[in-house]
Design a protein around this ligand. Sequence first.
Ligand SMILES: Nc1ncnc2c1ncn2[C@@H]1O[C@H](COP(=O)(O)OS(=O)(=O)O)[C@@H](OP(=O)(O)O)[C@H]1O
Length: 369
Amino acid sequence: MLKSNHFKIFLVLAGVTLVVLLVLHETLTFQRVTLMLRDPSKKPSRVRNQMKLKSAKEEEDAVGGGVGNLNSNSKSNSISSDSEGNLVDSSTGKTEADTERRPRMPKALIIGFSKCGTAALRTFLTIHPGVVSPVLELRYFTLYYDRGQEWYRNQMPPSTANQVTIEKTPAYIMTNESLDNIHEFNPKMKLIVIVRDPIVRLQSQFAHEFAHSDSDVIPPFRKWWNTKSDDKRIYHFTHYARYIRWVYIRFPRSQVLVLSEDDLEKDPLPVLKEAEKFLGLPAAYSNDMFRFDAAKGFYCFNTRSNLFQRVRQLVKVSSETGCLGQDKGREHPPIEPDYLEHLREIIRPLNEDLFQLIGKRFQWDNFKD
Ligand SMILES: Nc1ncnc2c1ncn2[C@@H]1O[C@H](COP(=O)(O)OS(=O)(=O)O)[C@@H](OP(=O)(O)O)[C@H]1O
């Protein structure tokens, strides 16, 4: 009798506890939902991630997105994930990774040569909507390789997967070590090399070295090369083939484009079109992007071109004239005729070596046949 009373009391207590627990659970759930509605940051992570993706997309739409934007009209239910977890818009087939604007590794490098128009080439290339490029020479493969790939990536301007990031550091071509580093980093890297009439390069180098010197301490051009150096230094600046050979040892020729500054200077468009094709970009360069500036003596951006507005922040040019700065296009020193002839004689075979190696000839003013 006593035992059955205890059992009844136990059953009643168990029932009451169950009811209390059920009521508590419902109340807590209701409070959480109310909180969520008031403060989105309290949402469970899955919901929060979807919101983050939405705001990233809104941000991309706001900045114009560039090539490969997710269709802004796409319904949320047309978005699913691919095998790597990237969002895929099934109506366009584009992934979140395609459209996300973030720093990406370069697919192409301008590796040389210094004083051969590398800045003009990089700058003009950047007006293509499919190209982004850091303003600074990063010297990653020569000086900062030990900083690691994440450091390098973080120096790049944001881009979508369809855009090509191009970095230029003219010193890359000058050492075997940096070419090895590039190859280790990406054996498929596209490499652009720009050369120049070698005698004009010597003049440009001279103007560069004395750019900030008082005129009374600047030596005559001929004396400078003869006293400061022997012919070895002249070879260093004029024997392009020696360095390009090192590139060909490591990379297939299809990945290497050799251009001439003299062509770029006379008319940038054909040179840019050649680079555009080499980089696998859709055709976008056109004559109306550039204009010859008589005061500067060089081609500059046409600041009225719509695409110039996009690159204003990505290039070092005057926003009024669209021209490169004063450190580009310096006055060159005169060369005495007999010294010019001496230089021609020692450099001509070096040019032949270059033309044989690359399989094309450039027409240079100092070496007209
Ligand atoms: N459009 C345009 N505007 C200005 N400058 C132009 C242009 N096209 C080619 N160049 C020539 O580029 C030469 C500088 O070459 P780099 O940019 O390779 O020099 S550097 O190595 O980065 O210092 C620079 O050499 P200097 O004339 O000796 O200054 C220019 O002659």
